[in-house]
Structure formats: structure tokens, C-alpha cells
Design a protein around this ligand. Structure first.
Ligand SMILES: CC(C)=CCC/C(C)=C/CC/C(C)=C/COP(=O)(O)OP(=O)(O)O
Length: 290
């Protein structure tokens, strides 16, 4: 009986907080709403220590915080959310910790793609971004399954950066751009009886045409599926990017609340949206000038 009553109270509380949230979001939506927010989910192990949890449970609490944040962002109308879930440098952690994090990742990826999950409920398409070859077969298969399973969702996008660093992404994009250019030149050369490569050496105009530019590199970034982020939020008070979205963050607002990642809540999102709205015209002008 107590259990039934407890559930009813829980539902009532959920409905009231959902209503209050909708009211706050409709007021916030009068101003500009960012289209892309990225998160550096820092402070999960510290949270675990602070709360005397067993190893790994800080990251579990972190995943619950992520689900809540996704719900808030998409309810507010943010179309793209990106999270830094595992960097290439994180592979250097204690092997037991890497294994435990990868297990959690696999479990949660499968959970995310279940029919009744928030991902399908909100029509979210999932992308995994990074050097996926570095993942174990199990985790990589789970990630690939999730991308296929959600490929028909089109309301919002969640990019999960795993085995990711910005420097790796940039090197990868430059390599791909070079290969693409070489293919183009070779094709032209074949069509012109091999004269093109010699002409390219001689002709400055042609050299410019075949030069690799920002647009080429941009197109080959893992993150090319999204616009650049408007806001990056890093929890636990650190104001560093730690090799995350360096190419894409030239004009974005940074926010680093002192809360550890599992402690992040609606109030932090509201605060940063207000800050974004306050700086909107300035940021827009800076983007236009670049
Ligand atoms: C499927 C999916 C998206 C799962 C995500 C699960 C999750 C919350 C991963 C976070 C991983 C991570 C290394 C966070 C940084 O905190 P930390 O471990 O470095 O903690 P610290 O800053 O206190 O040392």
C-alpha cells in the first residue's frame, strides 16, 4: 500500500516539475535558443568519492544526469547535443577502470536504443564520433547498432564522442582531405593524358584551385554532422577544453559550473541559456566577422 502511495506521489511530483519546466522554457524561448550544446562530463569519480559510492557508481550517476540533461535540452528546443564520453587519453587509466567504463558504456548504449527509451521517445538520432577502431569489438558493435537503429530519427541529434580527441579528429580530417584532393587531381590527369600534374607545377592559378582549405577540412571532421557548438559546458569548475572540439569552438560560450557532472541540473542549464541570450548579439557578430 505504501509502495502504491509512494508511486502516486512520485508521479505527482514528476508532473508538477514537468509543468514548471515547460513554463520556464516557454519564457526562455522568447529569446534565442542555442542550436548546439556540448558537455564535458567531468567529476564522476570525485562524485563517487564524495558520496562514498562503490567504484563505477559515479559514472552510473553521471549517465542518469546525462539522460535528464538530454530531456531538458530537447524540451527547450536545442536540436544538437554533444557529449565527451571517453577521450583517447582515457585509455591510459588503470586497466580495471577502462574495462569497467567500457562495460558501462556498452550496457548504456543498448539501453539507449531500446524501443521505450528517451531516444526513440524524443526522436533522437545518435552518432558516435571518434576513432572507433580503438574500441573493443563489443563496444564498437553496440555503437554501430545504435547508429543504424536510430538513423530514422530526425527530431534531434546526440553525438557521443568516444575514443575522441580534437587533435586526432583534425589529423584525420586533413589526411582525408589530402587523399580526396589527390584523387581529384589524378582523375583530371587521367582525362588530360597525364598533362595536368605537369601543368599544376607550372600554373599558379591551378595550384590555388587544388589547395586544401578550411572548407575541405571542415567537411571531413567527425563532427561535420552538426553545426559548431554555441555553448560548451564543463562541470567541476575546470575551465579547460582538454582536447575537445578545438576546431569547432572558436566562437562559442564556455561555462564551467563548480558542480560535479552527476550534480548538474536544470538550474545550470537555465543560467547558461540566460548568459547565452545576454551575449547573443556579440557572439553572432564575432561569427560573422570570421
Ligand atoms: C553511453 C554513454 C554516453 C555513457 C556515458 C557514461 C559516462 C557518464 C561517462 C563519463 C566518462 C568520463 C571519463 C567522465 C569524466 O569523469 P571522470 O571519470 O574523469 O571523473 P573525475 O573528473 O572525477 O576524475
Amino acid at each position: 500500500m505504501e509502495g502504491v502511495n509512494g508511486k502516486k506521489v512520485g508521479h505527482l511530483f514528476e508532473n508538477i516539475s514537468s509543468f514548471v519546466r515547460q513554463c520556464i522554457f516557454s519564457v526562455l524561448s522568447v529569446g534565442p535558443v542555442p542550436s548546439h550544446i556540448a558537455f564535458i562530463m567531468d567529476g564522476n569519480r570525485r562524485y563517487s568519492k564524495k558520496q562514498n559510492l562503490i567504484d563505477g557508481n559515479g559514472h552510473r550517476a553521471g549517465f542518469s544526469a546525462l539522460i535528464n540533461m538530454l530531456k531538458y535540452c530537447y524540451e527547450l528546443g536545442v536540436k544538437y547535443v554533444t557529449v565527451y564520453a571517453f577521450s583517447i587519453d582515457n585509455f591510459k587509466r588503470r586497466p580495471e577502470e577502462v574495462v569497467s567504463l567500457m562495460k558501462l558504456m556498452q550496457e548504456k548504449i543498448d539501453e539507449l536504443t531500446k524501443e521505450e527509451s528517451i531516444v526513440n521517445h524524443l526522436g533522437i538520432r545518435i552518432y558516435f564520433q571518434g576513432n572507433l577502431k580503438l574500441l573493443s569489438d563489443h563496444v564498437r558493435s553496440a555503437a554501430e547498432r545504435a547508429m543504424v537503429k536510430t538513423s530514422g530519427n530526425s527530431k534531434a541529434v546526440l553525438s557521443i564522442c568516444v575514443a575522441y580527441t580534437s587533435t586526432d579528429e583534425i589529423v584525420h580530417a586533413v589526411q582525408e582531405s589530402c587523399e580526396e584532393k589527390w584523387d581529384e587531381i589524378r582523375k583530371l590527369d587521367a582525362n588530360n593524358d597525364g598533362g595536368n600534374l605537369v601543368r599544376l607545377e607550372e600554373n599558379v592559378k591551378d595550384k590555388d584551385e587544388h589547395r586544401i582549405g578550411v572548407i575541405n577540412v571542415d567537411r571531413h571532421m567527425y563532427m561535420s554532422v552538426c553545426p559548431d557548438p554555441d555553448i560548451i559546458i564543463r562541470t567541476s569548475g575546470a575551465a579547460r577544453l582538454s582536447n575537445f572540439l578545438l576546431w569547432q569552438s572558436a566562437h562559442c560560450l564556455l561555462y564551467s559550473p563548480a558542480a560535479l557532472w552527476p550534480e548538474i541540473g536544470l538550474r545550470h542549464l537555465i543560467w547558461v541559456i540566460l548568459d547565452f541570450q545576454r551575449n547573443y548579439l556579440y557572439l553572432k557578430e564575432k561569427k560573422k566577422q570570421s
